[in-house]
Design a protein around this ligand. Structure first.
Ligand SMILES: O=C(O)CCC(=O)C(=O)O
Ligand SMILES: [Fe+2]
Length: 187
């Protein structure tokens, strides 16, 4: 099953780039307010109110800025101004959701570091389902229906199905890039 509007770029980052990004993330401060640890840059997202928070976030750091520029240079999305770093230990996931449509621009991009995982997509209206493996170093872009009509989530489990049996997860770190439109950016 294909998810319309989903683009997947394998090996967008090299293994060395992935390792360096995880090391930078670990040298930065993790927030522990959710079950999984996160870092918010550019703008803070308020998970309770489900909107962009007026509470300021640290600016996008130098170790992430080259990826922001690269996404824009490759015309994958309008230059992102918000980045959330998520950490998933084996057994942790994220419940099915659509990223806030009015808060963010039409493309949301995620890179996967540290461990592969399967991302589950469910059509919010007709219930169609698709499981998309996200490899280390890959870039996953959600636009169109994949961005607006399909929910995405990660099951809180310790392994994923693979071509030759279950594949154990290890610690995964993801970077998700979003573009807050100017009207909201100016708050
Ligand atoms: O970690 C991921 O790959 C997805 C994160 C996500 O969906 C989100 O932060 O909205
Ligand atoms: Fe999301």
């Amino acid at each position: 099953m294909k998810v319309p509007g989903l683009s997947y770029v394998s090996e967008w980052l090299t293994a060395e780039e992935c390792d360096a990004l995880v090391a930078h993330a670990d040298a930065a401060e993790w927030e522990r307010t959710l079950r999984r640890r996160v870092q918010h840059y550019g703008h803070r997202y308020d998970y309770v109110r489900r909107t962009v928070s007026p509470v300021p976030a640290p600016p996008i750091p130098d170790w992430i800025a080259p990826l922001v520029r690269r996404l824009a240079d490759e015309s994958r999305m309008a230059e992102p101004n918000q980045v959330i770093v998520n950490e998933y230990q084996p057994g942790q996931g994220i419940s099915a959701h659509v990223d806030c449509v009015p808060c963010f621009g039409p493309v949301v991009a995620t890179v996967s570091l540290g461990s592969a995982c399967e991302m589950d997509f469910t059509h919010a209206e007709d219930g169609r389902r698709a499981a998309v493996p996200l490899a280390v170093g890959s870039l996953c872009l959600l636009a169109g229906d994949a961005r607006h009509l399909w929910e995405h989530g990660i099951a809180p489990r310790r392994s994923d199905p693979g071509p030759a049996g279950r594949v154990p997860r290890s610690r995964r770190v993801s970077l998700t890039f979003r573009t807050i439109p100017p009207a909201r950016d100016g708050r």
